[in-house]
Design a protein around this ligand. Structure first.
Ligand SMILES: [Zn+2]
Length: 160
């Protein structure tokens, strides 16, 4: 599946505003339409074959929760001011094991931290996404029921 222009745009917005989005997680985490915003982060590595941290699209809520719940894997201190940085993307290679955690700090710094341990980070992210699948299905189902009832309304209206 290829990303739409809108999905690329949403992903860029997340990259730009990640500090605010992380800070307000508690406010939006229970709202399905925000939690399941599909991001195309291209967290892939390829050399003849392609290895992904997790297949795109990655849901915004799953990604943010994964970073927040595994500080030892994904968070680091800003080299400028020392505050905690929450990355907006993880990119690396399963061969070298090196991962770059791209992030932005409250102070305005942005860049990346190089760490090692590709597999442990990839599996943490995939576990989070799998854990959210049930909620995603319920969210989708609700949408379908909503659409069905709208078609129902149209039919009812036409038959009056
Ligand atoms: Zn900083």
């Amino acid at each position: 599946m290829r990303p739409t222009e809108e999905q690329r745009f949403l992903t860029q917005l997340f990259y730009r505003h990640s500090v605010e989005i992380y800070a307000r997680f508690d406010d939006w985490k229970d709202i399905d339409k925000f939690y399941f915003i599909p991001l195309y982060m291209e967290m892939t590595y390829s050399c003849g074959w392609v290895a992904e941290m997790a297949p795109d699209p990655v849901w915004l809520g799953s990604f943010v929760r994964c970073t927040l719940e595994h500080p030892e894997l994904f968070q680091y201190n800003c080299p400028d001011c020392g505050k905690v940085v929450h990355p907006y993307r993880y990119v690396g290679s399963p061969l070298s094991g090196i991962v770059h955690l791209e992030g932005r700090c409250e102070c305005g710094w942005h860049g990346n931290e190089e760490v090692s341990g590709w597999r442990i980070r990839a599996s943490a992210l995939r576990r989070q996404i799998n854990g959210d699948k049930f909620r995603y299905c319920k969210h989708k189902l609700k949408h379908c029921i909503l659409k069905d009832s709208m078609i129902g309304e149209v039919l009812e209206w036409m038959r009056r």
